[in-house]
Design a protein around this ligand. Structure first.
Ligand code: BMP
Length: 462
């Protein structure tokens, strides 16, 4: 079990789920509706309004989120007013911190020392800048950090969303308490949950005023839904908060999935989305027919999906300390683009294997720089009977390289693993084809009868 930052914050929020029967975080953005007015009376009025709404909604929320406009209007002392009224109610500062490490540390120091339980930080600023906040969270006694890995508004598609898989990896690496995911797009919350694993919290804004349906993000794998305007602009904020509390509390969370199932689910969705897996009747090179056709070579034409696939490979390797290597080699042709992307992600040196030796020069089959004895991990898109993998491994072994492991995205389950074992190779796969079929059936992208027919074919292709 990974120990995330902000244990006390996480425990406090999680405990309130059942004691208060809710999964709502209220975004108390009331300062947004205020005309800026620096007068003391306006300031006092705003503080009173904030305290009044906080008290009204407190029985129905797990936490309250405070934003920049509020703190700019009344100062960080608002935290003390709220803490005095509700000492056990977690408070999150939504400052979306996005500066250099030194400035971030300064912001975090002030914020944590004011009594805030967790700070929201942008992920795109990179590891060193996020460390500015992490170090302060540690100094303040293990406070919470929430990283933005995606956002709920349409513009998120432009820059942040394409980086989401990498931001998730960073969130996992830095062991932040939680991430922000778009409550307006539950399928993406689902994907984030699959990539993130089960421990890190997912907080999903965009429910209500922005169009997200209450409970949908929870059903997609979020822990909490962040709701602002739909509560604080209601005639009766307490009643509204109670309604949302019920909807989020009774929403069915997705069933717990093992890492292997998570790989299958993500990969199945990805393959279906880009048309890399098709169902019907397909003539194979052998002359036989198959009820499915899989072509992973299309994936690099879809940058977002290509990133997710690279991410899945990265995650599989991260969870397997027993797979060691100095270099990664791609099997031609599909394996070369996958190996290139993975090397890029892991900063690992790349080799690739020619299908045929070069007719001129040194007649090499292995391209790239290596030393005899280097340990090479072999990557390819899929495995059928293992023939092409063994042939590629032979070329590497002929060049005095050590090969013990082969990693592919999909195993067609036609004897590849056994053949590799006989050649003293261990096969690692993101998903066997039968798991992908089951995932697609569960996602209702494949009918029960078609899934049954295809699974029967996989067991007995003859
Ligand atoms: P509302 O329910 O009124 O749309 O409020 C949502 C809250 O969540 C706001 O405070 C907003 O700043 C914040 N938020 C968001 O809406 N989308 C994001 O991607 C990230 C956010 O923090």
């Amino acid at each position: 079990m990974v120990k995330l930052f902000g244990q006390a914050f996480i425990k406090k929020m999680n405990a309130r789920v059942d004691t208060h029967k809710t999964r709502v975080i209220h975004a108390l953005d009331v300062a947004n509706t205020f005309t800026p007015d620096a007068s003391e009376s306006a300031r006092k009025e705003l503080i009173e309004r904030v305290c009044h709404i906080a008290t009204a909604v407190e029985p129905h929320v797990v936490a309250i989120k405070l934003n920049y406009p509020l703190v700019l209007a009344v100062g960080l002392e608002i935290v003390q007013y709220l803490k005095k009224l509700h000492p056990d109610l977690p408070l999150i500062a939504d400052f979306k911190v996005a500066d250099i490490d030194n400035t971030n540390a300064w912001i975090a120091r002030h914020t944590y020392s004011a009594g805030i339980d967790a700070i929201i930080v942008q992920g795109f600023i990179g590891e060193d800048a996020i460390q500015g906040v992490i170090q302060e969270a540690k100094k303040a006694g293990d406070q919470g950090i929430i990283l933005v890995v995606d956002m709920s508004h349409p513009g998120a598609a432009q820059f942040i969303h394409p980086q989401t898989p990498r931001l998730i990896n960073l969130a996992k690496k830095l062991k932040v308490s939680g991430v922000i995911a778009p409550g307006t797009r539950p399928p993406q919350v689902h994907e984030i949950r699959n990539l993130l694993g089960n421990e890190t919290l997912i907080l999903a804004p965009g429910v209500g005023a922005q169009g997200g349906k209450a409970g949908s993000a929870i059903s997609a794998g979020a822990d909490y839904e962040i709701i602002g305007r739909s509560i604080y602009t209601a005639d009766n904020p307490a009643l509204k908060a109670k309604e949302f509390a019920e909807l989020t509390y009774t929403a069915q969370p997705p069933a717990d999935v093992s890492p292997q199932e998570a790989f299958s689910n993500t990969l199945a969705t990805l393959l279906a989305n880009v048309g890399a897996i098709k169902f019907g009747e397909f003539k194979l090179a052998s002359g036989k027919t198959s009820p499915y056709y899989i072509d992973l070579r299309v994936i690099p034409s879809f940058p977002q999906e290509f990133q997710i696939l690279t991410d899945l490979f990265t995650q599989l390797l991260a969870g397997r300390q027993d797979i060691t290597f100095d270099r990664i080699a791609g099997v031609p042709t599909a394996g070369i683009s996958f190996a290139t992307a993975l090397c890029n992600r892991l900063s690992a040196p790349l080799l690739y294997i020619r299908s045929k030796p070069k007719k001129y020069g040194q007649q090499k089959r292995v391209e790239g720089v290596f030393e005899p004895g280097d340990h090479v991990l072999v990557i390819d898109d899929l495995i059928t009977d293992g023939g092409s993998k063994i042939e590629a491994v032979q070329a590497l072994r002929d060049a005095d390289l050590k090969v013990t492991d082969v990693l592919v995205a999909v195993d067609r389950e036609q004897g590849g693993a056994k053949q590799l074992k006989d050649a003293k190779l261990t096969l690692h796969v993101l998903a066997p084809i039968s798991h992908l079929i089951k995932s697609l059936e569960a996602e209702k992208r494949l009918s029960k009868s078609d899934a049954k027919r295809i699974l029967a074919y996989i067991t007995n292709p003859g």
